[in-house]
Design a protein around this ligand. Structure first.
Ligand code: FE2
Length: 383
């Protein structure tokens, strides 16, 4: 597929996600991790403007120099920016103005891409596509948080349906031999820098579940007092559940003794067979402990991943988010993309029902802090 077509496809997909929103939905930031949708659609546009148009399109005129301050996410190299907690306090630029910004940049990109494009710029373009896809997923999860924390529980899109996923029929754990496994990205196509370099890892023999933990199984954990038994929790996790009065996954509501959860359709009765989601690492760990099992490391996950279906939930692993041997940051602002976040986070593997199709792969490394659960996070057990 040529660059223009891919560019337009990615950009259109973002706008499709937002097409179900009302103007007011674009503006709010209920918690720091959830950005207002209008910030996302400005920020991904800023990414193409800052990293492609400004440095490489001769004669390009910046749409509005103030936007760098508003839409820069975390790039110190690119200058000062609105602090993250303040994204929801900005009524200007308006949603209409941000869509005009998108249009302006899209037209400039179309003109730019008609010319000769160097391989370096092509690589940056592909990074821009993947970056916008990451924000498409964040849009889906941020919109869910915004609407799902409204006391009226409005539906995002009554026609929403998760993509179909194959599921394993077998319950028995997959047995993996001890030995040396190759981990990390290798070969043609795009990967993020954090998937490099491919390297060898020694694994002891282990077993991993072909299935994700379901809501029904998680409910057993709740009903048997799992949230009140300190033995299953890290000290930090125990503090976190007690301080925040956590007794169930995010979006779960016990109404007159019946569990419901908020979905893109609004509040619904809990689907018992669905894989549990919106759990923190602390909860995933505690559940595994209660089962007498554990979470897989990211290496165990990757070594076995061709043998099970994945993609419904981001799966918490027992691995800290660290650089692989030989990891190197790219020079300049792009070097800030992943490397500077390699501290105090856990790796998640797989993908989720709201990950854009084709975005993830077996070597993909997602990462979040241990208390966060607004992504579609889930649990796969190992022993
Ligand atoms: Fe970003």
């Amino acid at each position: 597929m040529d660059l223009i077509t891919r560019y337009q496809e990615v950009r259109r997909r973002t706008e499709k996600i937002c097409s179900y929103l009302q103007t007011e939905d674009y503006v709010v930031q209920p918690v720091v991790d959830v950005s207002p949708p209008k910030w996302h659609i400005g920020h991904v546009t800023w990414f193409f403007e800052t990293f492609i148009l400004k440095p490489y399109f001769m004669g390009y005129e910046e749409y509005n120099p103030d936007y760098n301050y508003v839409f820069n996410s975390y790039y110190e190299t690119v200058g000062n920016r609105v602090i993250r907690t303040d994204r929801g306090n900005l009524s200007r630029p308006t949603v209409i103005e941000i869509y005009s910004y998108r249009k302006y940049v899209d037209e400039a990109m179309a003109n730019f891409l008609r010319g000769e494009i160097s391989n370096d710029v092509k690589e940056l373009m592909v990074l821009g596509f993947n970056h916008e896809e990451q924000h498409q997923e964040l849009l889906m999860t941020d919109i869910k948080y915004i609407l799902g924390h409204n006391p009226l529980f409005p539906a995002y899109n009554p026609e929403y349906s998760a993509p179909h996923f194959e599921e394993s029929a077998a319950d028995s754990f997959i047995k993996m031999d001890e030995g040396i496994y190759e981990i990390g990205f290798n070969g043609e196509g795009f990967s993020f820098d954090n998937e490099l370099n491919r390297h060898k890892v020694y694994l002891n023999a282990y077993e991993i579940s072909p299935k994700l933990v379901t809501n029904a199984e998680y409910l057993e954990f709740i009903n048997s007092g799992g949230y009140h038994d300190f033995r299953h929790w890290h000290a930090e996790g125990w503090d976190w559940i007690n301080t925040n009065k956590v007794e169930a996954p995010l979006y779960w509501h016990n109404i007159d003794g019946e569990w419901h959860n908020y979905t893109y359709h609004g509040l619904e009765q809990l689907h018992l067979k669905a894989p549990v989601t919106h759990v923190s690492y602390f909860e995933a760990y505690a559940f595994a402990s209660w089962k007498g099992l554990r979470l897989p490391t990211e290496f165990e996950w990757e070594a076995a991943a061709t043998q099970f279906y994945w993609g419904q939930r981001w799966e918490w692993t027992e691995s800290s988010y660290l650089p692989y041997p030989g990891f190197a940051k790219a020079p300049g602002a792009i070097g800030e993309y992943n490397g500077k976040f390699m501290v105090n986070q856990k790796v998640l593997r797989g993908a989720s029902e709201v990950t854009p199709p084709g975005h993830s792969r077996i070597t993909y490394r997602n990462f979040f802090q241990t208390n966060l659960r607004w992504q579609f996070t889930g649990i796969r057990l190992a022993k």
